[in-house]
Write a protein that binds this ligand. Structure first.
Ligand code: DGT
Ligand code: CA
Ligand code: CA
Ligand code: ZN
Length: 588
């Protein structure tokens, strides 16, 4: 059982308790447990098997630890079952619609006697939802869109789940089959798509049977849907399909190319091959006349043979990358190791797990030259946001930690709420004392496009707001992006010199690829951030870089590829001139 699945059970408990009107501290205890488990770097399932004491984890007490043990051992939790039994079946379906809060569920259930998604839709269409006191047409429209989002939610895996599953499968294969000399995850995950249909693994091994057997005998396999001497396919208990193919070392390049796709990219590549009298397949290039096969151990050699520059997997979207490769104009894309500083990280002062010393030391260990610690502002009560007084102590503590740890520059920052009316959570004189201010939307996400656009632009107009965090607030597969005029937002960011964040947390990846690309074109300063709530999650910077690559970003487009001194002098510029100054710094 994955941490996400365990977290989901506690999330459901919290929601059902809220519907029942349970006291908020009980609800919060379950929500906290869910968040803690979701973010835990270790596998709870494995910890239990190893006999670890879960109560050693902050936020996990005896009662919750016992419930986790029960869930992992039996696949069920009696408490949750009992709770669910108190509700009509259809109400539980309503609860599961992302974006439909417990308060709304209670009202439509109790006041309109609606107990199914179909009945809810009918009640929206005939105006009963809108006519509820304090509801109105806008709220009804929001609920309609939430239902649409839930319906359109395919059975594709969000990338965060896919990465997690791929890591487990790869670790299992590599530890059980020492003969595997290389193992590459191909398909949509290698291209870093935000959702993934299935996982496509390619390996090279001296003992193919052992590798394929290792896959089908994993204890999370629920169904074997294919098992030959070169490939096997299974379904895991998470519902994910995994295909594993064994390649000869001399054909690995062609195999990787073929199974990385995308389908569109491969179609274009086949056309190029065919114009050269060659036919491209997963083993290499066959001469169309003689049938003679040319093999490629290396992907780059295959692209070169076709007269093309190498195309990084993130660009293989069938949207102009082949023409660029033909003309030799694919740039050197930004990569994780180019990033010299992290500009969005949380500590246990707000809702992070680790103390600031741990976060800063871990950032230094990763080779970062600077880090901005950006705990939440007071408006985020649920995230233990900082009052102005606590923010002052926070700054002092950061300065002490910086000199104590050494070897890394520490910027005092905040992730401050942009309130529903566009005002900010701290006054200007408080912001003026900070080095780096990320402003984010965390509430009233259902506002109409004009209101939301204006709200975010008023934050950009503040001279102390350095960057906007996770612009769309989407959670992949969980929460739809806010309605806003994004083109107008990008232009405003460029004009005001406000950086836009590419948030590397896999749940967010926000800006998304197309937005990163458009913002880059318009000259918006972009930052790649981890939004880490644990020291391990500083590694999100690599994910953020991969998302930026999908938007064709180079190091010169990204603010935090600057050296620390350059970054600090860039920050000293008048905000309005920051966009233009962006590429005037050396990055290597
Ligand atoms: P997904 O799984 O829906 O997220 O997307 P992909 O891109 O991983 O697609 P998948 O798993 O069906 O196939 C993996 C790659 O294999 C795909 O990107 C391109 C290649 N491929 C699959 N079927 C064909 C095919 O019929 N012709 C060619 N040329 N390539 C194919
Ligand atoms: Ca796939
Ligand atoms: Ca596949
Ligand atoms: Zn945030």
């Amino acid at each position: 059982m994955t941490n996400s699945e365990i977290a989901e059970a506690f999330e459901t408990i919290a929601t059902l308790l809220q519907i029942e009107g349970e006291k908020s501290f009980t609800v919060r205890a379950y929500q906290r447990a869910a968040r803690t488990i979701e973010r835990l770097p270790q596998d709870v399932d494995a910890m239990i098997r190893d006999g670890d004491d879960l109560t050693a984890i902050p936020g996990i007490g005896k009662a919750i630890s016992a419930k986790i043990a029960e869930l992992v051992a039996t696949g069920r939790m009696a408490y949750l079952d009992r709770l669910e039994a108190e509700f009509p079946e259809g109400v539980l379906d309503l609860v599961r619609i992302p974006g439909l809060g417990p308060k709304t569920v209670v009202r439509i259930w109790k006041e309109l006697d609606v107990t199914s998604i179909e009945a809810l839709q009918a009640a929206i269409e005939d105006g009963r939802v809108a006519s509820l006191p304090r509801m109105g047409k806008k709220s009804a429209d929001n609920i309609r869109r939430a239902i649409q989002f839930a319906r359109s939610k395919s059975d594709r895996l969000p990338i965060s789940r896919a990465v997690d599953i791929a890591r487990r499968v790869a670790a299992h294969l590599e530890s059980t089959c020492p003969d595997i000399s290389s193992l590459v995850v191909c398909g949509s995950l290698r291209r870093f798509e935000e959702t993934v249909g299935d996982l496509d693994l390619v390996c090279v091994t001296a003992d193919p049977a052992a590798a394929l057997d290792a896959l089908i005998s994993m204890d999370t396999v629920t169904q074997v849907i294919g098992h030959g001497d070169k490939k096997a396919s299974v379904i895991l208990d998470s519902g994910a399909q995994v295909d594993l193919r064994v390649s000869q070392p001399e054909t690995l390049g062609a195999m990787l190319q073929y199974f990385t796709g995308s389908l569109h990219h491969n179609v274009r590549l086949r056309e190029i091959a065919s114009a050269l009298g060659l036919s491209l397949n997963e083993y290499g290039l066959a001469n169309s006349e003689s049938g003679e096969l040319e093999t490629f151990a290396d992907e780059r050699a295959l692209y070169a043979r076709l007269g093309l520059q190498y195309v990084p997997p993130e660009l293989r979207q069938g949207t102009g990358e082949i023409a660029a490769a033909k003309n030799g104009v694919i740039p050197r894309l930004v990569q994780g190791s180019d990033i010299r500083g992290d500009l969005h990280a949380h500590t246990d002062w707000s809702d992070g797990r680790d103390p600031m010393e741990t976060m800063i030391a871990a950032a230094r260990e990763r080779g970062l030259e600077y880090i901005a610690i950006t705990d939440h502002s007071a408006g985020r009560g649920i995230a233990n946001g900082l009052s102005v007084e606590r923010l002052r102590s926070h700054r002092a503590a950061l300065r002490r930690a910086e000199s104590h740890i050494g070897g890394i520059r520490v910027l005092s920052g905040t992730e401050m709420d942009i309130r529903a009316d566009g005002s900010l959570d701290y006054p200007d004189d408080v912001l003026a004392d900070l080095d780096w201010v990320v402003a984010s939307v965390h509430s009233a996400m259902g506002q109409d496009s004009a209101t939301m656009t204006e709200r975010i632009i008023s934050a950009m107009n503040n001279p102390y707001v350095s960057a906007i965090g996770h612009l769309s607030t989407r959670l992949i597969g969980e929460r739809r992006p806010v309605d806003a005029d994004y083109e107008t937002l990008f232009r405003a960011a460029a004009d005001t010199g406000t950086a836009l964040e590419i948030n590397g947390s896999l749940e967010r990846l926000d800006l998304k690829d197309a937005h990163a690309s458009r913002a880059r074109e318009l000259g918006v300063p972009l930052v790649i951030d981890s939004d880490a709530h644990t020291a391990e999650a500083l590694g999100n910077l690599d994910y953020g870089a991969r998302l930026a690559r999908r938007g064709w970003c180079e190091a010169r487009h990204i603010v935090n590829t600057m050296r620390a001194d350059d970054f600090v002098s860039w920050l000293k510029l008048d905000k309005k001139s920051r966009s233009r100054a962006l590429s005037g710094y050396e990055r290597v």
